[in-house]
Design a protein around this ligand. Sequence first.
Ligand code: ATP
Ligand code: MG
Length: 780
Amino acid sequence: MNIDIHKYISQLNEAQQAPTLQKDGPMIVIAGAGSGKTRVLTIRIAYLMSQGVDAFNILALTFTNKAAKEMKKRISEIVGSSEAKNLWMGTFHSIFAKILRFEADKLGFPSNFSIYDTQDSVRLISAIIKEKQLDKDVYKPKQVLGRISSYKNSLITVKAYFNNPELQEADAMSKKPRLGEIYQEYVDRCFKSGAMDFDDLLLRTNELLSRFPDVLMKYQDRFRYILVDEYQDTNHSQYLIVRALSDRFQNICVVGDDAQSIYAFRGANINNILNFQKDYDNVQMYRLEQNYRSSKNIVEAANAIIDKNKTKLDKVVWTANDEGHKIKVHRSLTDGEEGRFVASTIFEEKMRNQLGNGKFAILYRTNAQSRAMEDALRKRDIPYRIYGGLSFYQRKEIKDVLSYLRLVINPKDEEALIRVINYPARGIGDSTVEKLTVAANHYKRSIFEVMEVIDKIDLKLNSGTKNKLQDFVTMIKSFQIINENQDAFYLAEHVAKKTGLIQELKKDATPEGIARIENIEELLNGIRDFIEGQREVDGARGALSEFLEDVALATDLDKDTGDDDRVALMTIHLAKGLEFPYVFIVGMEEDLFPSAMSMNTRSELEEERRLFYVALTRAEHQAYLTYAQSRYRWGKLVDSEPSRFIEEITDHFLEYLTPAENNYRYKPMIDADIFGDVDKSKLRQVKPTASTPPAWVTSNDPKPDAAIRRLKPLEGRAPVSSTPIPDSKLVAGNIVMHERFGKGEVLNLEGVGADKKAEIRFEVGGIKKLLLRFAKLDVI
Ligand code: ATP
Ligand code: MG
């Protein structure tokens, strides 16, 4: 191989070159956002190849398939595509699904096992809960799945669960004493269906590597060089796989940033990064400090935020980039107005700077926030794409076609079967399906196998029904024959027609109905593209099972649509690793971001703060923080106050866009001297941007502007006050509970009526003066 690798290495700074050029041994690169970690991994792979390492011996694990694809493309440019295509590169799930196909028989699975997506898993769990006659309001299927998922990711198998009284007790305490039973049934049913769910792909890989030393040796020998991006977000199960595979050669290079660990809620374990040095001998640790992505303002503001976290590794991040613009902060009355602001700003920036839509991203904490943004973008005719909603492959009509195809490959696949056995309607009713399910459980067979011998067992079905079941079996078998002789595209088209799916959809002449048919066409095109891509790469005939695997593990982040000049809308979680010139972080409100569900402990709050750090560091040139004073949540209009994260950025980095005068209704209060010792002249210069009344004012607040920012512009609404404490009730010496500051002792009371204030010494936060009219206090 004749590669001019030096040209690429010279594009790295010295600190980046060091880990790139260390060929062997364990190493970890810990560095802040935008410092080139992913770039180092990419060039390092090319470097290894230039040093004679065979592409087949390199395994690179990335966070998304898209990241893997991009990395591969970049490496192809350096070493040529014929070499690069042999690299093992992808997400944990996609790589280990491939390995499990080769080894499935060892675990008792068929090599054509199905992969259940979350929808399939939830449906199966619901069915089990129903069969066991449990209360689905107590055993909420999604929650149960979450629990099972966390067991699997901690390698707690059903057996381990039943050997652990503590776990059982914990479930009993949370009113789910029969969770273990559901877990057991769920695992049995997946096994019987020849199916693995997402977590199984990791769990079963661990099982494979620990039970079969020869298999472990084989893959250790194959993956002599292992590289992991976003290492801070690996969970225990993933960690053990990496550990096992790298144990022999110890050529392991992981890169990550503890400050960007945002998946603890899903079991990611930040200790993986912290303990790396203990796990291997002679670990080389590298740090990168220069950020190439963002302006100085953004880098420094991000540093200021993460500095507030107690649990963190000390890191320096600086940039030689321009100072750039300040981070713009915008307040609006409602979420609708927030959307309009974002859309019109994008419109203006595009016009002013001649930019494409693809330069903009809108990031939010929860998917529900996308609606207001979408409405506003649509009104402005700005094309956008939402990532991470229902993926294309999860749409009903698409999943219906895919379910037939899954049955062709693996007729035992119960979820696929139940989905389509009577769709389009062919007279096989629910009670028949129930009888089949009971029989299948009884005989420990799949439903399809029961249907194959329906003549020989007595399920008390009439002959008409039996015929219908046999017809269904015959139809699926005829598809299997076609699959042996034709390519996947031909088969899929045949299935869509012969099952009656297309006719069924044609009955619906509404635009939605037409769109569904178009989606099926799009799926067929996708299959054609896939098999053509395969032919190019391997000269292989398009394999349906490979397509299905790709689809099962695809996220819509991975999908290249070609017409990508669109504004990107996604949750912050999905935005990890990506970068955009302009980034809007919307919904910067307390209870939304940080999320109300993540404020109970310091570690939860710190994870939210890391999430904010991730969001801000996606921006190259300009970041916007927007918030609304009220928004619809769960169908109700709720008031909100600005996120504490805005306050945590020093004002120096911020520019408030919303004019003060319009909204400032509390000015008289300053004149009424409620701010005690605060320097009033200073206060008046500050633009109020907050949405709540001045619930408290301290006499020694180091940041008076912070207090002002909590002022509520009333806009005709009454102040949202909490239960005011009747004057007579509160006396010095009372112990009180404040919603935000916690427990404290009343030292002193002053003023009368609406101006009555209490001086309170809080256990955390010291002495504060609160205006009783607004303070949310309970005497305890
Ligand atoms: P994150 O933590 O967000 O994943 P990262 O550390 O992986 O970030 P990269 O995405 O690799 O950072 O790099 C950030 C940006 O800086 C990219 O656009 C990359 O091309 C650019 N970059 C990295 N190193 C250099 C360099 N030495 N010279 C010029 N540009 C660079
Ligand atoms: Mg990266």
